[in-house]
Design a protein around this ligand. Structure first.
Ligand code: PEP
Ligand code: MG
Length: 662
């Protein structure tokens, strides 16, 4: 490790060994790990850099396995952060050990000793990969669905029509089951996204036509489904894009459902898991897990390593302690009556004796205590000297982050980045899908407000379904509100979804990248158009406050005028810094200039705060600087009253504000 000029800046070059590189899931885990540290961390790939705490930005760096990258951290715990993050990147298993610590113990660096040292491993102890933090002790619930036997017997010509009809009814039956799941209120929005992806595959006409061709050539329906699914999954496996490659698993999951349906067999499912059970399986398809009553699952043990599996993501999102990578030993583990699972160390005890149970309960108790200590500042409602409440809210990018935000005591959401919703789909999410997502978020935080930012994408972060021309300077190009206003077919469904969702809680909507008054006026006109349409269609909708991100110098200089048209400002310090300093936030060579604490940026922030407070509207901040303990008191003195940050930053900032007067 080498130190650069400033004593609290550290850098390290790392060769990325994460299997398949930093695609969606490892990027999310890496960002979560980064967020557990107070310091700012950047990840550089050549000349391009990303904030290590933003999974979207990390994904866009498209870092591949075996690439050299540079980690750079600024702040008190920079050295510790670098060590931990470098270990993650150097781990082919996508740093599962590290990411598991992030989920439930986001702030302290507390470490628990394993149950037994290598010198004294108990005979009933098994070691796996810690996937999701936490402790659980409960009855084992084995989940080993039988393999599907493919009968290769051919068909007589006379049977072909009948076999085609069988295929059609199997497709209908599987599709109907999915529709039921999609309408089930107990299934989370995130899980429904996965089910929708599977449902889309069932609807894939090409795959259907291929299966029918195989049947017409004389193969039975089960063999045809299996053959075509494998062929498609193998073809996807060759593609460079990791997201598309992972769709191969989805195809095989659907194939299984269809084959069982054709064979008239019911799959074992997890819908009957008893409360408090530890589920033991080789692997669990995302669709199967989505059907399970997740609240009943106390722990999860899998044979697969699962670095790219949906199931690891779901376990973490639902705070289910999980240990993976046990390979064939899962069958022996599933035979135990009681299992103790330590999701922090990856240790499992089969039928623990009284002494082991006592020790385990002690550790679990300590774990709980530590978490509770972290929660000490959760309900702090910071106030300024004059009694004005300082709102400490959360930045989120998906519904999966709601729990972490609430656990940290977020007073609502100050920035919901909607890009992820668009990036994770092959086509833009529908108005209905967006409505459900926004509504759920609003309900979760009501009566506190949720600020949802309209789509902020551009040439630097493209989304499927929008054609971006190659631009010389994407940061100065067709992005954010500029692109949305030019693409009403994309923008209006989002505005309509927001209007509809606003009946579900306290919604505020903000526009990114505003630089001209006409953008606010045109958006307001579009909102009115949407209201008119909804009225005509007799679709219920409410109203939301409209605000803007102030993140361009143009908006700073026009803040007083813009304030007459909007209900609030939220300062986007990440972009504001790059535009004020003319220092690309992705360019390593000008990193020293990309500094929010530079007097020029601080003056811009003060000007925005002054314009907003004079106009009597709320001035908040949702860039990374909102979570900086060294700067927040200065921002409060400027008149900023709302700070929105990643959930992991909330408690330290609340602590700071609880212990100081402003
Ligand atoms: C910002 O620019 O400060 C901001 C919050 O938006 P993003 O980082 O998503 O551009
Ligand atoms: Mg921005």
């Amino acid at each position: 490790m080498m130190s650069s000029q400033a004593s609290d800046i550290v850098e390290q070059i790392v060769v990325v060994k994460v299997h398949e590189g930093l695609h969606a899931r490892p990027a999310a885990r890496f960002a979560k790990l980064a967020k557990t540290f107070a310091c700012e961390v950047e990840l550089w790939r050549g000349e391009a850099k990303a904030n290590a705490k933003s999974s979207v930005k990390l994904m866009l760096l498209a870092i591949k396995e075996n690439e050299r990258v540079t980690l750079r951290a600024y702040g008190d715990d920079a050295a510790m952060a670098l060590q931990s993050l470098a270990e993650f990147l150097a781990n082919p298993e996508a740093g599962l050990e590290n990411s598991s610590e992030v989920e439930l113990q986001p702030i302290t660096q507390h470490s628990v000793q394993p149950l037994a040292t290598s010198n004294s491993i108990a005979t009933n102890q098994r070691q796996g990969l810690p996937i999701s933090d936490g402790f659980a002790l409960g009855p084992a619930y084995s989940y080993f669905p039988a393999a599907i036997v493919i009968d290769q017997r051919g068909l007589d010509a006379a049977d072909i029509e009948h076999e085609l009809a069988k295929l059609q009814s199997a497709l209908n039956a599987v599709q109907a089951r999915m529709s039921v799941s999609l309408g089930d209120h107990n299934i989370s929005a995130a899980d429904k996204i996965i089910i929708s992806a599977l449902a889309e595959l069932i609807d894939d006409r090409d795959i259907r036509a291929e299966i029918e061709t195989e049947i017409q050539s004389g193969k039975n329906a089960v063999a045809s489904v299996d053959l075509v699914s494998r062929r498609s999954a193998n073809a996807l496996a060759q593609i460079e894009d990791a997201y598309l490659r992972a769709r191969g698993d989805d195809i095989m999951a659907i194939s299984r459902q269809l084959c069982l349906e054709l064979q008239g067999k019911a799959d074992i499912d997890l819908s009957n898991v008893p409360n408090g059970a530890i589920v033991v399986a080789d692997d669990i398809g995302a669709f199967d897990l989505a059907k399970a009553p997740l609240k009943n699952i106390a722990g999860l043990i899998c044979g697969v390593g699962g670095t790219t599996s949906h199931i690891a993501i779901i376990a973490r999102a639902h705070a289910i302690p999980a240990v993976f990578g046990l390979n064939q030993t899962v069958h022996e583990i599933g035979g135990a009556k009681t299992i103790a699972i330590n999701g922090r160390t990856g240790t499992i005890l089969l039928d623990p004796d009284t002494r082991q149970v006592t020790a385990f309960n002690q550790e679990a108790g300590q774990f709980q205590l530590d978490r509770e200590k972290l929660q000490k500042f959760k309900s702090v409602l910071p106030k300024r000297g004059d009694g004005v409440i300082i709102e400490v809210a959360a930045n989120i990018g998906s519904l999966d982050e709601i729990d972490a935000a609430k656990a940290a005591g977020a007073l609502g959401v100050g920035l919901f980045r909607t890009e992820l919703l668009f990036m994770l789909h092959r086509t833009p999410p529908t108005e209905q899908q967006q409505f459900e997502t926004y509504a759920k978020c609003l309900r979760a935080f009501a009566p506190d407000s949720v600020i949802i930012r309209t789509l902020d994408v551009g040439g630097d972060k493209p989304v499927p379904g929008v054609d971006f021309l190659k631009e010389e300077n994407p940061f100065l190009g067709w992005r954010g509100i500029r692109m949305c206003l030019d693409r009403p077919l994309l923008f209006k469904p989002q505005l309509r979804a927001l209007l509809r969702a606003s009946t579900e809680g306290k919604l505020k909507v903000m526009l990114p990248m505003v630089s001209d008054l006409s953008e606010i006026i045109r958006t307001k006109a579009l909102i009115e158009e949407c209201q008119e349409e909804l009225r005509k269609e007799a679709v219920a909708f409410g109203n939301f406050e409209l605000g803007i991100m102030v993140e361009t110098p143009a908006a700073v200089f026009q803040a007083a005028e813009f304030a007459k048209y909007v209900s609030f400002f939220s300062i986007g310090t990440n972009d504001l810094t790059q535009y004020v300093m003319a220092a690309d936030r992705l360019n390593a060579s000008v990193a020293h200039l990309n500094d929010v604490a530079n007097p020029a940026v601080m003056a811009a922030i003060a000007a925005i705060a002054e314009a907003g407070t004079k106009a009597g509207i709320m001035v908040g901040m949702c860039g990374e600087a909102a979570g900086r303990e060294d700067l927040v008191p200065k921002f409060i003195a400027m008149g900023i009253t709302e700070f929105s940050m990643s959930p992991a930053r909330i408690l330290p900032i609340k602590k700071l504000l609880a212990n100081s007067s402003h």
